[in-house]
Write a new protein. Structure first.
Length: 225
């Protein structure tokens, strides 16, 4: 028996060495994979953080309360050469803006992405109503007053979405779980994609499919609204 064990010992030792080597390879592979995943997660989080900072910067730049009143836009359009007046502080048709929204689509959570596009939809509603006010300014007091009343509602809608978007961003950056409150929206007739009323009510918003609003960046005096 002793001789048998003595003869088998080299083989047992060799097998043990192979098992240890195989285990080391597996462990090394798993460790390398985990390191790679951590690095990828870190890079994705850095890109998400940068994107969220850009989103909050955009809400500041495009804040409608920083733009002229309907009377101010009407004066600009009268004094400017024939053509267009810039409604927004940033060009939403520029390559820079398109690249930015692509980053939002790539790195933002479903909740932030939904609120971002809801904010753009409310901004589009504001643009629509500014146009109505300017077109009817000084020519049709009844229609102007009606549009101006709706415009005040749109300011409130844009502000409320901005607050919800900011709260969502801050929560995610602090690694806190947060759900978007249930949303009720209405938009102007015959204008797809714009929102003029937004109400956040009790409950969780389950449909996070983004609203893609029309991109309004220019003001034209001609046309019927």
């Amino acid at each position: 028996m002793v001789d048998l064990l003595s003869d088998a010992l080299p083989y047992i030792s060799q097998a043990a060495t192979l098992v240890i080597a195989a285990a080391a390879v597996i462990f090394s592979h798993r460790a390398s994979k985990e390191v790679g995943q951590r690095e990828l997660t870190t890079k994705m989080w850095e890109k998400r953080t940068d994107t969220y900072t850009e989103i909050l910067r955009a809400t500041q730049d495009l804040d409608p309360t920083r733009r002229p009143t309907p009377e101010g836009f009407a004066t600009q359009s009268n004094d400017a050469p024939p053509g267009d007046v810039q409604l927004l502080a940033r060009d939403l048709e520029s390559e820079e803006w398109k690249e930015f929204t692509a980053r939002v689509d790539s790195f933002a959570s479903d909740e932030v992405r939904y609120l971002f596009y809801l904010w753009l939809a409310s901004l589009s509603g504001w643009s629509w109503l500014i146009m109505k006010c300017v077109i009817h300014y000084g020519s049709d007091p009844v229609k102007y007053n009606e549009a101006e009343s709706e415009l005040q509602r749109s300011y409130k809608a844009t502000h409320s979405v901005c607050l919800e978007l900011t709260a969502q961003v801050r929560a995610e950056l602090a690694f806190k779980q947060r759900n978007v409150r249930k949303v009720s929206v209405t938009g102007p007739d015959k204008y797809f994609g714009a929102v003029i009323d937004v109400e956040f009510i009790r409950g969780k918003q389950t449909n996070l499919e983004p609203l893609h609003a029309a991109r309004l960046s220019m003001l034209r005096r001609s046309g019927e609204i």
